[in-house]
Design a protein around this ligand. Structure first.
Ligand SMILES: Nc1ncnc2c1ncn2[C@@H]1O[C@H](COP(=O)(O)OP(=O)(O)OP(=O)(O)O)[C@@H](O)[C@H]1O
Length: 239
């Protein structure tokens, strides 16, 4: 690991994990691997965290193929080299998803989560780690505010009661630009060939452009968003 990685991102991962008690000794954690940069960065970060802390936990990689057949062979190889068991599951839902004209992304995400929970249970896993990061937090916050009039975004940890599972998000303090840089510098493996046909045409991308515009004038907007959520005081709103 490069010396400056602590300052660049690993301390932030450690802070998030400690502050929200995301990982404990003997946890068995599935890392959801989509083939994208965020989740492979998450896997890399958790491997570094385990290597550079007192925490001892098991990591498994899981790719759910929705039926688009992304080539994950480089990711699989990376897992093998790092002694991370890799699970692949094809759930063949692509046709079903696109029958739903209104909210295919919502349906896809719900079905993927269901499959992940089932596979976690089969493998006696107690936590699933997802690659949502600080930029996602800010985008989701703005998206909910603008489109649904709600103050709502991802939580650092959420609990799936039905499967007795915790969903953890260790990257909540890391912004997307940092992730892009490290993925490139470390040549972390991405999925190849096919991408989702709905990529870049959904509302999230529209809000992402809005966020970039805001950041031109207010560069610390993502930090301020996280700070506002963490320091939320009920008395300051109409509750
Ligand atoms: N097909 C999948 N198989 C396993 N895990 C997944 C899959 N799709 C998404 N995930 C998990 O859910 C997280 C959030 O999903 P989302 O589709 O929003 O990804 P993203 O923000 O584009 O991230 P990435 O760059 O990793 O694709 C991912 O970071 C990953 O941990």
């Amino acid at each position: 690991m490069r010396k400056w990685y602590n300052k660049l991102f690993l301390n932030d991962v450690r802070n998030a994990v400690e502050k929200y008690n995301m990982i404990e000794n003997n946890d068995k954690i599935i890392v959801g691997l989509s083939g994208g940069k965020d989740s492979v960065f998450l896997l890399y970060s958790l491997l570094l965290l385990r290597e550079n802390s007192y925490l001892n936990f098991d990591i498994l990689g899981l790719h759910i193929d929705i039926g688009i057949g992304i080539d994950m062979s480089d990711t699989e190889k990376f897992c093998r080299e790092n002694k991370v068991p890799y699970i692949y599951e094809n759930i063949h839902i692509i046709d079903k998803i696109f029958e739903d004209k209104k909210s295919p992304c919502y349906l896809c995400s719900k079905m993927k989560r269901g499959a992940m929970a089932r596979i976690a249970e089969d493998n006696h896993v107690n936590k699933i780690a997802l690659g949502h990061h600080k930029t996602d937090i800010a985008i989701t916050f703005l998206l909910n505010l603008i489109y649904t009039g709600k103050l709502e975004t991802f939580k650092p940890i959420s609990y799936n009661e039905k499967h007795n599972l915790q969903l953890i998000r260790p990257l909540i303090y890391i912004d997307e630009k940092t992730i892009e840089k490290v993925v490139k510098d470390e040549q972390l493996p991405l999925g190849k060939n096919k991408t989702c046909p709905k990529d870049k045409i959904n509302k999230r991308n529209e809000i992402k452009v809005l966020l970039e515009n805001i950041e031109e004038k207010y560069p610390d907007f993502q930090d301020k968003t996280v700070r506002a959520i963490e320091n939320f005081e009920q008395g300051n709103l109409w509750l």
